[in-house]
Design a protein around this ligand. Structure first.
Ligand code: DAH
Length: 345
């Protein structure tokens, strides 16, 4: 007798699992049969008293399982029916309704500024040259007039590849100057946008990875005045037609003379005051006339040719343009941050 009721319950469980319904009425019939107030599972609970004491617990568990199976099956059938109903029922399909808008991504603020710079220089004949981020010592330093014992190597804390003293993550896009000049002869007019790395403590103002746009022009009779005029054009395009620039003497191993370019922001508003540390001038890039030693290192005749080069930090421009106060936001890939630049495309 006891074994019979166990088998009854198991049989019912199997048949519930096999159930199918083709419409809402059949679904409702299923619900009434197994889950309604007069469902056929309920009376089975009454059978507990016919089951020997030592089996009561097991039987109770089996009945609960049966109830669970019926509930689960009902949900499954309901979902299936809902899905196929939607497909079949075209009555409530409004063909004139506007389509759901597509979720488009947005450009990263660094890309926005980088692309703008590429476009500005592209208009005056600078072509994009890209090269590797894992660089060798020669292209990053030696060719750029920074031999091994040169103190200027300390200016840039370098990430070397594990167990290597010659393979490194490029510390500046100036390495692309060497890559380009060893491959082609003047006239050369390129810009090299890309990511660079330095072993620096990460803070709101500095990061161990950032982006630069390098510029390089080599030809006969290239002068400092040519460079200045090109950079003035660039500044006016990026910051507005009334922008003023100034060049301050500086030092880079690969240029002689070297300079840094500032643009005038004034101190009228709080933002300009903060960005320029109260001076009104914002430092934008490093530049200079290519040191003849660099040209010779790269196989270009420094008696015949001269040139200028410059390197622009992109993050700083992006932060200034979009009023971003912490550089780390640019590398965290937080969609809530990135989405804000949708309209900036
Ligand atoms: N490579 C320099 C840096 O990362 C920037 C730079 C300065 C690039 C002067 C140049 C240049 O091409 O002429 O700090």
């Amino acid at each position: 007798m006891a074994q019979d009721v166990f088998d009854d319950v198991k049989d019912m469980m199997d048949s519930i699992k096999m159930e199918t319904v083709s419409d809402a009425d059949a679904l409702e019939a299923f619900r009434i049969k197994y889950l309604g107030t007069k469902n056929i599972i309920k009376p089975l609970f009454g059978q507990i008293r016919n089951v020997p004491n030592e089996k009561k617990k097991e039987f109770g568990q089996l009945l609960n399982e049966l109830k669970g199976v019926a509930e689960g099956k009902y949900t499954e059938l309901k979902n299936d029916l809902g899905g196929s109903n939607k497909k079949k029922n075209f009555d409530d399909l409004d063909l004139t309704a506007p389509p759901k808008s597509l979720r488009v991504g947005s450009r990263h603020p660094v890309s926005l500024v980088m692309n703008r710079m590429i476009e500005i220089f592209g208009r005056i004949g600078f072509e994009v040259a890209e090269d590797r981020e894992i660089e060798d010592d020669w292209h990053n330093f030696t060719a750029m007039n920074t031999p091994e014992d040169h103190p200027a190597r300390d200016m840039q804390d370098t990430f070397y590849l594990l167990n290597s003293t010659s393979q490194l993550l490029r510390t500046h896009t100036s390495s692309v100057q060497a890559r380009t000049m060893t491959k082609m002869q003047p006239p050369i007019r390129i810009i090299a946008p890309g990511r660079v790395y330095r072993n620096e403590t990460i803070s709101a103002r500095s990061h161990c990875q950032f982006h630069q746009v390098e510029g390089l022009y080599v030809d006969e009779n290239v002068s400092f005045a040519d460079m200045k005029q090109t950079l003035l054009y660039f500044a006016k395009e990026l910051y507005g037609s009334k922008t003023e620039i100034r060049l301050r003497p500086s030092y880079f191993p690969f240029t002689e003379p070297s300079a840094e370019m500032d643009v005038f922001m004034g101190t009228a508003d709080e933002k300009s005051k903060r960005l320029t540390k109260g001076t009104g001038w914002l430092e934008v890039l490093g530049c200079g006339m290519i040191d003849p030693a660099v040209l010779d290192n790269c196989g270009i005749d420094s008696n015949k040719y001269s040139g200028y080069a410059f390197g622009i930090g992109i993050e700083r421009s992006a932060m200034q343009k979009y009023d971003i106060s912490d550089i780390r936001l640019l590398f965290e890939n937080d969609v809530r941050f990135l989405e804000q630049f949708k309209s900036a495309i």
